[in-house]
Design a protein around this ligand. Structure first.
Ligand code: FAD
Length: 236
């Protein structure tokens, strides 16, 4: 029998992340954040894959306890030129959470419901909150968050936003892009921005929105000609 052979998958950090950089990164994260800092091989191995076939060893993992930990980690990673890769439940199927990066896992500590406004029917949450946990807290009010991914027992709101998730009722209720009113985020330069309805954007968020809008306008012809007409695009 003749079989097709393939090279073995690589699962090591890229050559650009030296041991020295990775040790400095771990040392600084331990000193400057309150999060769990996981740089041992078994921990990195656990984070090397998600629900996809891909496998890439991360440089290390930070499990932050607060927004401050995330902001500090981004600053340290920028100083050391290490990419950062946020992660929720890791149920992505196309390798979205795999990479030779500092993985920042928000699912352990950053999972609080910060506010529910029953009249306005809005909620403000931390990104590591699991969808079923949010819906359990909304049930007494007769409300639910209607993007019903089938991984609702694991999927986090941050990961759902990152993937523009949808569900079996999305034709009626929409995807994440139709149900998320705003997102607070850090940029790689350490600045914090608030994304929301385009009309209300200010500062860097407005600049980024204008840049993306101009790209869409400039390439409109080619996008309309070549892009498949699908209901869901992961980029939102
Ligand atoms: C069996 C199975 C069934 C599925 N069914 C569905 C389905 O019905 N509908 C559907 O839409 N998808 C489905 N999926 C895909 C996946 O479960 C969803 O996309 C899910 O919402 C991802 O959530 P997560 O927390 O696992 O995200 P992750 O996989 O951890 O992350 C997803 C993306 O978001 C980014 N991200 C995570 N947290 C943050 C953050 N705090 N800030 C910025 N970016 C962040 C990550 O970098 C990544 O790019 C399914 C997957 C499996 C394995």
């Amino acid at each position: 029998m003749e079989a097709t052979l393939a090279p073995q998958p690589r699962s090591r950090p890229t050559a650009s992340t030296s041991n020295e950089v990775s040790e400095t990164l771990a040392r600084r994260l331990r000193a400057e954040t309150a999060g769990d800092v996981l740089f041992d091989a078994p921990s990195r191995g656990r984070y090397a894959t998600d629900a996809s076939i891909y496998q890439i060893m991360p440089v290390g993992v930070l499990v932050p306890t607060s927004e401050r930990d995330v902001a500090v980690a981004i600053d340290i990673a920028r100083d050391l030129k290490v990419p950062v890769l946020p992660r929720g439940a890791g149920t992505s199927q196309c390798g979205q959470t795999t990479g030779a990066a500092l993985v920042i896992d928000g699912s352990k500590y950053m999972r609080r419901v910060l506010d529910v406004n029953v009249q306005a029917r809005t909620a403000c949450v931390e990104p590591g909150l699991v969808l079923d946990h949010l819906n359990a807290q909304l049930r007494p009010h007769g409300l639910w968050f209607p993007v019903d991914v089938s991984t609702s027992a694991q999927a986090t709101l941050g990961g759902m936003a990152g993937n523009n998730s949808c569900g079996s009722r999305s034709i009626a209720y929409g995807n994440m892009v139709h149900n998320v009113l705003g997102v607070g985020a850090w940029l790689s330069d350490g600045s914090q921005v608030q994304f929301g309805p385009v009309d209300g954007l200010t500062g860097k968020a407005a600049e980024i929105a204008a840049f993306v809008r101009n790209l869409a306008i400039r390439h409109r012809g080619e996008i309309e000609r070549t892009w498949p007409k699908v209901l869901r695009r992961v980029a939102g």
